[in-house]
Write a protein that binds this ligand. Sequence first.
Ligand code: IMP
Ligand code: MG
Length: 181
Amino acid sequence: MHDDVEKVLIDEDVIEKRLDVLAECILEEFCGRKFVVVVILKGALVFTADLLRRMPIPLEIECINVASYHGATESSGQVDFLDAKLPPVGGRSVLLIDDILDTGRTLAAVGQKLREQGAEMIKSCVLLCKDKERAAEVEADHVGFHIGDEFVVGYGLDFRGLYRNLPFVGVLKEKIIRNPP
Ligand code: IMP
Ligand code: MG
């Protein structure tokens, strides 16, 4: 699997250190207020598990399953909600977590849905933020790392369902993208 990677963009140690700081910032932001974490599956799974273990406070975890890539390396432009029921966030403070902010459509669509569900306050956090123009007007409140506009995998992020379990964030070899395993 590691052979399929062209270059490591952010290695494990760097992610670990950044998560310590990110967790502190988020705890400060919520300032003793109870909140529910809404994890956008599946990409945010690995990041969230590591981040929340740095937050020794009472919190609840809910998941929301959306898809927008459908096996390609560029967003399809449509965000599909895959769950029959949305998380119960009415009247609650929410920390919304995703793996990456790209076109912004996912964060905008999920944020909108949670507001419709009556969420009182929503703060967002992403591991990665692609520095580019967004299709939807949205930015994350907390960002792990800013990266360029390239397709990345690892630490939760996939290409055709694979590579989520790489411990680092990296870029795949061109031949893998052209001829997927
Ligand atoms: P957005 O809706 O375009 O902002 O994209 C957000 C979603 O697209 C993320 O939750 C990811 O699942 C996926 N995505 C965006 N960029 C990448 C990437 O470089 N690698 C893997 N998945 C990505
Ligand atoms: Mg995702």
